[in-house]
Design a protein around this ligand. Structure first.
Ligand SMILES: *Cc1c(COP(=O)(O)O)cnc(C)c1O
Length: 380
């Protein structure tokens, strides 16, 4: 038995990030400032949107994406049944109602067929989650949403740098929201980014993210000749901005993102090769390993909970990533419609460790343990 614990996720941070923080630290400008602006510029060039606004989290980005539209109270937003609570919580925070949409059979994304069924005249927007990093069928969903006048918010918390039909995820819809929380594709400890081409919404987003002021402190400092202390509170705002310390980590992470995503793809390839030998399990997503960015390796397995316990004894931290939201007490009352695939499938989901520090021998060890488990218990 191996002594090394195989972690579920692990941030790819090192000397470069440390040096970048040190430099920012020594500059003693730690808050909202130059580094944040630099990170925003690099990020928007990378995603290829006109604007990128750095924030304290993806949740803040999702919240502001809804808020800037001033939807009437009680209107409805279509949300995939399988996602993290933040995707639907921001709907409730804005006095709107989430309508849960079922997932596909071949991947865990929102089903386009069910989306069309769940749509009513009261719907004003759609939250699209590229679950595990797998792209939603944007070429079908986006034109349909445009016809229905629905605002499209891409929750890109599971994907950073992935492309679909040659276009970066996060640039297809009206707003692309990214997460730099420590477990995600790239990290700033905590943090998020809101990408958009909607130039007319940028001022209000920036204002809402910084106490509703008409100028943030960085802008005030730039205009040195004028009164730097002067600003007006024009909106009921939040404290959602990113700071220079986070941004200096983000700049380094973005510089190595391509390498990190390449590594994840090569790890996935190795896993899939080994896993194909085991007939008891199937991949929950049809992985497309080209110009992609996958955050999760999810399998569909029999006896999921027993396998999880067994792997834990073998020092492998596998996990169940996300149960359908209507199974949580907060969202129970919104479960009005048929969510057959999500409710049926999630009980067999298991997510395996996936991060850039996994070695080939780690992968062989994990897959051997899984094979052993099924051979021993089920003659698999
Ligand atoms: C992690 C996650 C979020 C929230 O990200 P934060 O940066 O922690 O706010 C939102 N949506 C999904 C699907 C997530 O997995």
């Amino acid at each position: 038995m191996r002594n090394k614990l195989i972690k579920f996720t692990e941030a790819t941070v090192g000397k470069k990030e440390l040096y970048a923080i040190k430099k920012t630290f020594e500059s003693s400008y730690l808050g909202l400032g130059k580094k944040v602006k630099e990170f925003e510029k690099k990020f928007k060039n990378f995603i290829r949107t006109k604007h990128a606004i750095a924030l304290s989290s993806c949740t803040a980005a999702l919240d502001l994406s809804i808020k800037v539209n001033n939807f009437k109270k009680g209107k409805k937003i279509l949300v995939p049944a399988l996602t993290f609570t933040a995707t639907a919580a921001v709907v409730l925070h804005n006095n709107l109602e989430p309508i849960f949409v079922d997932i596909n059979k071949s991947n865990l994304n929102m089903s386009f067929e069910d989306l069309k069924k769940k749509y009513t005249k009261d719907c004003v927007g759609v939250m699209l989650v590229h679950f595990g990093g797998h792209p939603c069928e944007m070429e079908k969903i986006v034109p349909w949403c445009r016809k229905k006048n629905l605002i499209i918010i891409e929750d890109c918390a599971h994907v950073c740098g992935g492309e679909y039909l040659g276009k970066k995820l996060g640039s297809w819809g009206d707003y692309g929201c990214f997460s730099f929380e420590e477990k995600k594709i790239m990290t700033t400890g905590d943090g998020g980014m809101l990408c958009t081409n909607k130039t007319n919404k940028v001022n209000i987003i920036r204002s809402l993210s910084y106490h509703g002021q008409n100028k943030d402190p960085w802008e005030r400092n730039l205009k040195k000749k004028k009164k730097t202390w002067d600003y007006k509170v024009v909106n009921l705002g939040f404290k959602y901005n990113m700071n220079n310390l986070q941004a200096s980590i983000g700049i380094e992470q973005l510089a190595k993102l391509r390498q990190m995503n390449k590594k994840r793809i090569s790890i996935l390839k190795n896993y899939i090769l080994e896993l194909k030998k085991q007939k008891n399990l199937t991949l929950a997503i049809d992985y497309k390993l080209k110009n992609s960015c996958y955050w999760l390796l999810i399998l569909c397995v029999p006896n999921r909970d027993k396998l999880l316990e067994f792997l834990k004894r073998k020092k492998i931290n596998a996990s169940v990533q996300l149960r359908p939201l209507p199974l949580h007490p907060l969202y129970k009352k919104f479960n009005k419609h048929n969510l057959y695939n999500a409710m049926k499938k999630w009980r067999n989901f298991i997510s395996l460790p996936l991060h850039t520090r996994l070695t080939k021998s780690d992968i062989i060890y994990v897959t051997k343990c899984i094979n052993f488990f099924y051979k021993k218990n089920f003659n698999g």
